[in-house]
Design a protein around this ligand. Structure first.
Ligand SMILES: Cc1cc2nc3c(=O)[nH]c(=O)nc-3n(C[C@H](O)[C@H](O)[C@H](O)COP(=O)(O)OP(=O)(O)OC[C@H]3O[C@@H](n4cnc5c(N)ncnc54)[C@H](O)[C@@H]3O)c2cc1C
Length: 533
């Protein structure tokens, strides 16, 4: 059984950069990945319409001049196939695959106190050992299937958006049903509607969606992007979520109705998350402010739909705009104006069962050739729950987190020595333009590991008091945010997954700049909160 310095679980962007960075520091590193190749999210999510809601040119890795120089994004919001090509380009250029094993799904990770090592066990019982374990398992990587009677008996095609086949799927002439209207469905529905004979959308709870406004990148813009990468990344670095959009410093409730409407119209007309991250700074904190943007978005949705009854069904009633991650759309609402698209509101007519030939809801039989489960992910902690982590004294991570995650900086967990959790719960990355936050976290962890090694330490573990303090800080910081009052993956709620913690705080809401500052203070203090032995 080979023992490495460091094992990394996951070959998405986090695992790819972790491997590159740690290898460059002289560590023996190996990546174990369940899938068949690199890319993570962009490897698995091949559903029609899958694409960025980050501006492509803000998302790529910034650490290498060569990678920046030799890659051109063709659209402002890259489609999944191009992003997967980018992941392959990075893997090739950095020669990552020689230290990766694919088809290795980690089922268990056990801390061996005597040897001070982690032992990983794959689903097929292969085992490996490493001194340090870095998880790069993703926040949206544990797909959830609903539990509906009769699912196994369906005779047509059935797919989950997050486990989409590698072969092309044709919708032409087919009667397609899609369950769920989260971000993936919002991207997929307009694409499928174009060729399906009939598309029936089974909606459980509507989301506030806003126009993406994607466009190709012409040569002049491409040149400008290349020439201004330092400014682009500096701007991301200073913004709350590392996007190029930063909040307007005014409060919505303190300006006139005309000024308010003017900014809402302006950001609505802009591409990407401008209409989420670039709005008045109080819309995600103050209920009255949030009511103003919610009212604006309600009017926008109504204006897009021909049938007012359908519009009312598509308008969320249980949460304000922006208190869940906003799905960005291209032709989503317009799809419901098509004669071949039908909306079934499951709050009025719940699904009773899946039959061999379709879905029965509200005593009506919907005959289908294909069912698409757009039922999302057990977010943030789902990937952790699917691995049996055992720390000191055999302590189970799942048990430790029954009342919600407890972490130090979202990166370590007391009683789980030498384990580092990239993009873990309670880290700023979860609100983030992810690659920007992935770079910061990988750099923090790799610098800490080199620091420990260079001083002869073999153990790095979070001080339980530091964990208590950070966990309390995460909760305090989130308390004023409206998202904490809403069921969503940011609060650890999924309709299909019974979490004993109920609604909790999964993300650090202080923003990426504050998180980075805190990490810098920790480094400057000689790694306060981490015990090095
Ligand atoms: C459809 C979709 C669109 C998105 N769009 C954006 C966007 O526009 N902007 C943005 O910033 N973020 C976006 N995200 C978030 C996205 O997940 C991140 O941007 C980024 O790809 C995360 O990289 P990662 O390496 O941390 O995780 P992932 O890409 O999720 O990779 C994790 C890897 O770990 C592997 N793994 C998990 N568990 C195990 C195990 N037990 N054993 C072995 N391997 C395991 C998985 O197979 C996967 O390959 C999107 C996510 C989804 C699902």
């Amino acid at each position: 059984m080979p023992t490495r310095d460091i094992a990394v679980i996951g070959a998405g962007l986090s695992g790819m950069y972790a491997l590159h960075k740690l290898r460059a520091l002289g560590f023996g590193v190996h990546v174990y990945e369940a899938g068949g190749d690199v890319g993570g999210t962009w490897y698995w999510n091949r559903y029609p319409g899958a694409r960025f809601d980050s501006e492509s040119w803000t998302y790529g890795f910034s650490f290498s001049e060569e990678l920046l120089r030799d890659w051109n994004w063709s659209e402002h919001f890259s489609p999944q196939p191009e992003t997967l090509r980018y992941c392959n380009f990075v893997a090739d250029r950095l020669d990552l695959r020689r230290d990766m094993t694919f088809g290795f799904r980690v089922a268990a990770a056990r801390w061996d106190e005597t040897a001070a090592e982690w032992e990983l066990e794959a689903a097929d019982a292969r085992r490996v050992r490493a001194r340090f374990l870095v998880t790069a398992i993703g926040a949206l990587s544990a797909p959830v299937m609903p539990k509906i009677p009769g699912m196994d008996g369906f005779k047509g095609e059935a797919y989950h958006t997050g486990l989409w086949p590698h072969e092309p799927v044709s919708f032409t002439g087919k009667r397609v049903g899609i369950i769920g209207t989260g971000a993936s469905a919002v991207q997929a529905i307009p694409e499928i509607a174009r060729s399906a004979a009939q598309l029936t959308v089974f909606q459980r709870s509507p989301n506030w969606c806003a126009p993406l406004r994607n466009s190709p990148i012409d040569a002049a813009t491409q040149a400008r992007i290349h020439a201004t990468y330092p400014e682009i990344f500096a701007r991301c670095r200073d913004s709350y979520g590392c996007f190029i959009h930063d909040a307007d410093p005014r409060n919505a409730v303190e300006v006139s109705a005309e000024e308010r409407e003017a900014l809402y119209e302006k950001t609505y007309a802009m591409p990407g998350f401008a209409k989420w991250m670039g709005n008045f700074r109080d819309i995600l904190i103050d209920r009255a402010a949030n009511d103003t943007i919610t009212d604006f978005m309600r009017r926008k949705i109504r204006a897009r739909l021909k049938d007012p009854a359908v519009a009312e069904k598509l308008i969320p009633k249980n949460h304000g705009y922006g208190t869940r991650r906003v799905p960005l759309e291209t032709g989503y609402y317009d799809a419901f104006n098509r004669p071949n698209v039908r909306l079934v509101d499951l709050r009025e007519t719940p699904i009773e069962r899946i039959t061999p030939s379709g879905i029965r809801a509200g005593a009506e039989e919907h005959a289908l050739d294909m069912i698409i489960y757009a039922t999302g992910f057990d977010a943030i902690t789902g990937g952790f729950d699917r691995i049996d982590f055992r720390g000191r004294g055999g302590r189970s991570l799942k048990d430790k987190w029954t009342r919600g995650p407890r972490t130090y900086l979202g990166l370590q967990i007391a009683d789980f020595p030498n384990l580092f959790t990239l993009i873990g719960p309670h880290s700023a990355a979860l609100f983030c333009n992810m690659t920007r936050c992935i770079e910061q976290q990988v750099e923090f962890v790799s610098t800490l590991l080199a620091h420990a090694r260079d001083r002869g330490f073999t153990r790095v573990q979070a001080d339980p008091r530091a964990e208590d303090e950070w966990t309390a800080h995460v909760h305090d910081t989130a308390a004023r945010m409206l998202f904490t009052q809403v069921d969503s993956w940011m609060t650890g709620v999924h309709a299909e997954v019974k979490h004993s913690h109920g609604r909790t705080v999964m993300v650090y809401a202080g923003g990426a700049p504050k998180f980075r500052q805190r990490c810098e203070e920790v480094v400057a203090s000689g790694y306060a909160g981490f015990e090095l032995r």
